[in-house]
Design a protein around this ligand. Structure first.
Ligand code: PLP
Length: 356
C-alpha cells in the first residue's frame, strides 16, 4: 500500500461552513471532489448546509442525485449529449456554443439550461452576445422556447494581481448586462470561484458563488490567513527500512542521491505512482515532529535523509497542518488542485476520522 490519505470529517465540515456563502453556494465536486472522495464530500457539504453541486461528469451527477434526493440542484459544467440521463435525474445542463444549440435544440427542450460565457479563460462557452442573439432569433423564428435557468462563466485569472482579472471581470459583467438587455432573466447567475469570491464577495445581481478549493481548505492565493482555510487532510506513509550509507555511496535510479558523508536514509512506502508530485519531493517531510529532506522519489518509494531519532514505527508526513498543500503551491510545486488531483485514489489507503 502506498500511504494513507486521511480526512478529519469534523474539520472538513467546519471549513465548508466557514467558507461558504450560506444558501448561495454551489460546491464544485468534480474530479472525485478534488480527490477528497465524491461520496464523502457531497455528504459532508450537505451536512454543512450546501444544496447545490456542480461537476463535469454525468456519472458523478447521477450519484449526487441518488445521494441527495430531489431537492438538490446539480449542474453539469461540461456540455453533455446524455440527454436521457439529464432528464431522468433532473440535471441542469450547460449551453456552450451556437453549434451545440444548432445540433441539440430539440433535445434541450424542457431541460434547465445554463448559458456559459467563454470570457478570457475561453475553455468553452459563448464568445460574445451576438452568439446568444443568434440563438434567441432562431428560437423566435421557430416560435420555440428553452428554459434558460442559469448564466455562468469561469474566471481563469482570479488569483492574478496584475490587472488581468479586472478585465476578465469587467467583460463578464458587461455580458451579464447584455444578456438581460436581450430579455433573458436567468434565476441563477454564478461565476465566482474561490479566489474571486475572497477578493470581491458575491457580485451584485448574482445568485450564487461556485466554490471549490476554499471549501476543501486550501488558500486560493498566497496572501491569506491559514486559520481561514482548515486543511482537514493528512498524507502519510510508513517507513519500510533504513539504509546506512558511507560517504560517496549512491542510491536510486541514476544515482539520484549521493552521500556527501556517512548518513542514514529511510525508505518510505510511497512514490510518484501514488501521486506524490516530483516537485513536491524537492522539499521536506515531517517525521516525529522534525523536518527531513526527501532525497529521491521513485514510483513506489521515497528516500528521506534522516537522523538517529527516526525509528521504524514512525509515520512520514507529506501533507498535514504544518505541511500545507497551499504552502507547496506558493513554492511552485503545482496548483492546489494539481497536488490533490494527482493523488492516486486506487493505490492510497483512505481513512476518515469521525467525531465520536
Ligand atoms: C468551471 C469551474 N467552476 C468553479 C471551479 C472552482 O474553482 P476553485 O477551486 O478555484 O474555487 C472550477 C475549478 O477548477 C471550475 O473548473
Amino acid at each position: 500500500m502506498g500511504g494513507t490519505f486521511q480526512i478529519d470529517e469534523a474539520q472538513f465540515i467546519k471549513q465548508a461552513e466557514q467558507f461558504q456563502l450560506a444558501g448561495r453556494t454551489i460546491a464544485v465536486v468534480k474530479n472525485n471532489a478534488y480527490n477528497y472522495g465524491l461520496e464523502f464530500a457531497v455528504k459532508a457539504f450537505a451536512i454543512s448546509g450546501i444544496r447545490e453541486f456542480a461537476t463535469t461528469s454525468v456519472d458523478d451527477a447521477v450519484k449526487i442525485r441518488q445521494m441527495c434526493g430531489p431537492n438538490a440542484d446539480i449542474i453539469l459544467m461540461n456540455p453533455t449529449t446524455d440527454f436521457k440521463r439529464a432528464r431522468m435525474f433532473n440535471l441542469d445542463v450547460t449551453l456552450p456554443s451556437p453549434g451545440y444549440y444548432d445540433t441539440y435544440k430539440e433535445e434541450l427542450k424542457g431541460l434547465n439550461i445554463h448559458i456559459e460565457y467563454a470570457g478570457l479563460f475561453n475553455r468553452s462557452g459563448l464568445s460574445d452576445i451576438d452568439e446568444l442573439g443568434y440563438i434567441l432569433d432562431d428560437l423566435k423564428a421557430r416560435n420555440a422556447s428553452l428554459n434558460f435557468r442559469g448564466l455562468w462563466t469561469h474566471f481563469g485569472y482570479s488569483d492574478a494581481f496584475d490587472g488581468i482579472y479586472e478585465t476578465e471581470r469587467a467583460n463578464w459583467l458587461e455580458f451579464v448586462r447584455d444578456v438581460k438587455a436581450l430579455g433573458v432573466e436567468p434565476e441563477m447567475i454564478h461565476a465566482q470561484n474561490s479566489a474571486s469570491y475572497v477578493r470581491d464577495g458575491i457580485f451584485d445581481g448574482h445568485s450564487h458563488v461556485r466554490l471549490g478549493i476554499g471549501l476543501y481548505g486550501s488558500k486560493p492565493y498566497a496572501d491569506l490567513d491559514d486559520k481561514d482555510f482548515i486543511q482537514s487532510s493528512v498524507l502519510s506513509a510508513p517507513i519500510i527500512q533504513f539504509r546506512e550509507l558511507t560517504a560517496g555511496m549512491t542510491l536510486g535510479y541514476g544515482a539520484a542521491f549521493k552521500a556527501d558523508s556517512d548518513c542514514r536514509i529511510a525508505i518510505v512506502d510511497i512514490g510518484y505512482g501514488d501521486g506524490v508530485l516530483r516537485r513536491r519531493a524537492g522539499y521536506e517531510c515531517e517525521i516525529g515532529g522534525k523536518f527531513y529532506p526527501i532525497v529521491a522519489l521513485m514510483m513506489s518509494h521515497m528516500a528521506v535523509l534522516v537522523d538517529d531519532n527516526v525509528t521504524a514505527d514512525m509515520n512520514v508526513y507529506l501533507y498535514n497542518k504544518k505541511l500545507r498543500i497551499d504552502k507547496y503551491t506558493q513554492l511552485g510545486v503545482g496548483a492546489n488542485s494539481e497536488q490533490l488531483g494527482a493523488l492516486n485514489y486506487q493505490s492510497l489507503g483512505r481513512e476518515i476520522i469521525y467525531d465520536v
